[in-house]
Design a protein around this ligand. Structure first.
Ligand code: GAF
Length: 386
């Protein structure tokens, strides 16, 4: 982390020929449980991880926004006077999109100076760990401070989501930005995606002798297209037929009626969301009453629901989950939007290397590319570094 922070200052100086006004950072996230429930106005339980994006930012004396990064060999420029979603594309739509979206939430973009931004990150891209929300959140906290906006974190999360929905064009929910902005060390963020009320729920992993293992399958996913939008549309159709504002308003007890009025596919999409919301509530209660060793079955059930009802898993994710479970994991599930990315496994510390070795063996046996397997810790959300 220290390297990332000092490195980004040096890179900023090299690219822009001066010192930045400051360095801000924001983490990627892992979702412990509650998948695709956010845009159904339900519950999620993600945590911020110890992989971060850093943003060195300096105000300018004109109206230009300039953004560079260590992950793309280009400097993108746009004037604040021309900043609209239509002129943004590629990776720079994330940092520049949040500048635009701040205006949508009431920031007076006529009254603010341009900025130079330099980004670096150790959040893996395409792994389902929300490298995009990490960029958005790091730039959001930087601009909020440099432009003296005084937005609260809940509003900044909505700004980040707006940028992703409109400037990037991915129809995602509010979870990732909330985790990146609200995360706390050793704890998860329990978020009600309707009220946007959140509670910090201690994970207690160290005391319980547990680790969270990320198994990045290397299968890439893209939320702007395909399956994610299709699942969202099915959920909206289910809510429409059931006569509710959102699937949050359907309970497990309502599922019998839902089966009668919905076609089979829509019913199974709805059943995933409704049971997943309940699993989030059960996980929060179990963590508080019994600690993390007791949540394994809920994680396992979440994976089955995503595999069979929501149908967003892929063979590599299923293999990762099954191999972890068979080699000592307390629970395991795919995490994030699906169609690739990562699985998580809750593993006793003394079983971590056994699970890692077993994963390598199983992936080789199936002729899948070796997964990238590493542990993560629950960490602080977005902050100023220096
Ligand atoms: C992606 C989205 F960005 C989130 O909003 C959420 O819907 C998640 O997929 C699935 O739970 O990360």
């Amino acid at each position: 982390m220290t390297d990332l922070r000092t490195g980004v200052r040096d890179d900023f100086a090299e690219v822009f020929g001066r010192e930045p006004d400051g360095v801000w950072s924001a983490p990627g996230r892992v979702n412990l449980i509650g998948e695709h429930t956010d845009y159904n106005l339900g519950f999620v339980l993600p945590f911020a991880i110890n992989r971060r994006t850093v943003a060195a930012v300096g105000a300018r004396d004109d109206r230009m926004l300039r953004v560079g990064s260590t992950f793309a060999d280009e400097l993108v420029e746009v004037s604040l006077d021309e900043l609209r979603p239509e002129v943004l594309s590629g990776w720079s739509a994330y940092p520049l999109g949040v500048a635009w979206a701040l205006g949508e939430f009431g920031a007076d973009l006529q009254a603010v100076p341009g900025v130079d931004i330099l980004l670096d990150s150790n959040v893996p891209v395409g792994a389902g760990l929300s490298s995009s929300a990490a960029i958005e959140s790091a730039v959001l906290v930087a601009l909020d401070e440099l432009w003296r906006l005084g937005f609260d974190r809940r509003t900044l999360a909505r700004v980040g989501q707006r940028a992703e929905n409109v400037a990037v064009g991915a129809p995602t929910g509010i979870m990732d930005q909330s985790a990146s902005l609200l995360g706390r060390r050793d704890a998860a963020v329990f978020l009600d995606c309707r009220s946007l009320e959140s509670q910090i729920v201690p994970l207690g992993l160290e005391e319980a002798g547990l680790e969270i293992l990320i198994i990045d399958t290397g299968v890439t996913h893209a939320h702007a297209t395909g399956g994610y939008a299709d699942r969202r549309a099915s959920c909206e159709e289910g809510a429409r037929v059931l006569g509710v504002e959102a699937l949050r308003d359907v309970s497990v007890a309502d599922l019998d009626r839902a089966r009668e009025v919905l076609d089979d596919v829509t019913f199974r999409r709805v059943r995933h969301i409704v049971t997943e919301d309940q699993r989030v509530l059960d996980t929060v209660r179990t963590l508080r009453e019994q600690g993390p060793r007791a949540i394994g079955e809920l994680l396992d059930a979440s994976h089955v629901s995503m595999r069979d009802d929501f149908e967003i898993s892929v063979p590599e994710l299923d293999l990762a989950v099954e191999t972890a479970q068979a080699n000592g994991a307390i629970g395991a599930r795919m995490t994030g939007g699906g169609f690739g990315g990562s699985a998580i496994a809750l593993v006793p510390s003394d079983a971590v290397s056994r699970v890692q070795v077993a994963l390598d063996g199983a992936f080789a046996e199936h002729a899948f590319a070796a997964p990238d397997v590493f542990t993560v810790a629950a960490s602080e959300g977005a902050r100023r570094e220096s």
